[in-house]
Design a protein around this ligand. Structure first.
Ligand code: ADP
Ligand code: MG
Length: 392
């Protein structure tokens, strides 16, 4: 398991060497920006609720230096590809990967700041598109690097917001703020309770001694994901409208309780009722889960994860057979403390809290079971909670 740190420092060395080789320049700055997990609080962000993310020990490493002209020279270590453009014309590259960096440059310019020309090499160990938010890590790495390199004087929250906006506006993905927030604000051994309504945040201790986060990647992404996501958002809004007829002060599901749902939504629409109940319950579950952490009761915390999965699967209906299979199988497995699907649903990973000594056995046991049942190869990522974006 100490392999993780070994690999990370190897990667930093190799990215630095690549920088030297590509740019022949050693006056550099190196930044580490991690991926994230969300322990509980799914589909709550757009309902002005709570999420409970943490940064992990898988990161992007970015090496940068100033240039004397106004050019931007980017090099992807993992793809072994370069991209160059001028600061005076920051437009989508047509290549996808440079856009995460260029989007941040554009947002800095939109704030009236003038980062200068720079050289950049970056490489990462965050699996792409697996739900660990490699994209947010890349944006946050860029914002942090340029802030340091040009002394822009930005505070962390501003960098979070502009990184999110880069993804929204430049890459064209309508993500919420959680991913960038967790990558930047993460702290070793702690989870962040983020209030998506006020952006207030609180750290809670996550005693990870002897416990790791294991992500089991279904390796599927069902095509329903984006249309169903939009439908869920509409159903939640429809629920809010029904309550508003009696409580005009209600603005989102954050202001709604179970009694209001039974009184005004249940009689009108059974499906909308189930969707809204899930969201209201998930917020309550998350708050209870943070109490569990304060008491140091990781077993109780784990049960909240199963509760979350149950709600996502049965009431919110965003799971799929692969995710349900993985959660059901681990439920009675020795050493597994909790599990649920993570992310928007219809594929992606389950997040599992597993005792160290049980991890190898778990992965060896479930991989062939999954193959047999689903005819697909499972992937497992093992991690723990680490600090957010920082200088190396
Ligand atoms: P995720 O869930 O990991 O955020 P996304 O699809 O949002 O998945 O972002 C993945 C994209 O981010 C990749 O397609 C690539 O363009 C970019 N990216 C992330 N990490 C790297 C990396 N190490 N090297 C190059 N591009 C990367
Ligand atoms: Mg992403």
């Amino acid at each position: 398991m100490s392999m993780t740190t070994q690999t990370a420092s190897d990667l930093v060395i190799r990215v630095k060497e690549k920088f030297q080789q590509v740019f022949g320049d050693s006056a550099t700055l190196t930044v580490r920006s991690p991926g994230r997990v969300n322990l509980i609080g799914e589909h709550t962000d757009y309902n002005h609720g709570f999420v409970l993310p943490a940064a992990v020990d898988k990161a992007i490493y970015m090496v940068v230096s100033r240039r004397s002209d106004d050019e931007v020279h980017l090099f992807s270590f993992d793809l072994d590809k370069a991209y160059t453009c001028s600061l005076n014309e920051i437009v989508p590259s047509g290549l996808h990967w440079p856009d995460y960096l260029l989007g941040v440059v554009q947002q800095l310019q939109a704030l009236g700041l003038s980062p200068g020309g720079f050289n950049c090499v970056f490489g990462g160990e965050i699996p792409l598109g697996a739900g660990l938010s490699s994209s947010a890590a890349l944006e946050c790495a860029t914002a942090f690097s340029l802030n340091e390199l040009f002394g822009l004087g930005l505070d962390t929250l501003t960098m979070v917001k502009l990184s999110q906006k880069a993804e929204n506006v430049f890459v064209g993905v309508q993500c919420g703020i959680m991913d960038q927030f967790a990558s930047m604000f993460g702290r070793k051994g702690q989870v962040i309770r983020l209030d998506c309504q006020s952006l207030e945040y609180t750290y809670f201790p996550f005693r990870t001694e002897g416990i790791r986060i294991v992500l089991l990647d279904t390796q599927v992404k069902h095509s329903l994901a984006s249309s169903e996501y939009n439908t869920r958002r509409q159903q939640c809004e429809a629920g809010v409208k029904l309550v508003q007829q009696h409580h005009p002060e209600v603005k989102s599901l954050r202001d709604v309780d179970a009694a209001m749902l039974s009184a005004y939504v249940a009689p009108a629409d059974e499906v909308i009722y189930r969707r809204c109940s899930y969201v209201v319950e998930e917020n309550a579950r998350l708050l209870a889960a943070t109490e569990d952490l304060l008491r140091g009761d990781i077993a109780a915390f784990g049960r909240q994860l199963y509760g979350s999965h149950e709600g996502l699967s049965k009431k919110y209906e965003v799971s799929c057979p692969e995710l349900d299979f993985l959660v059901e199988k681990v439920r009675d497995r020795e050493g597994v403390i909790g599990a649920r699907m993570m992310g928007g649903g219809f594929g992606g990973c389950t997040i599992n809290l597993v005792k160290d000594e049980a991890i190898d056995g778990l992965v060896e046991w479930i991989t062939p079971l999954y193959r047999k049942a689903m005819d697909k190869e499972l992937k497992a990522y093992i991690g723990q909670i680490e600090d957010g974006t920082s200088l190396v």
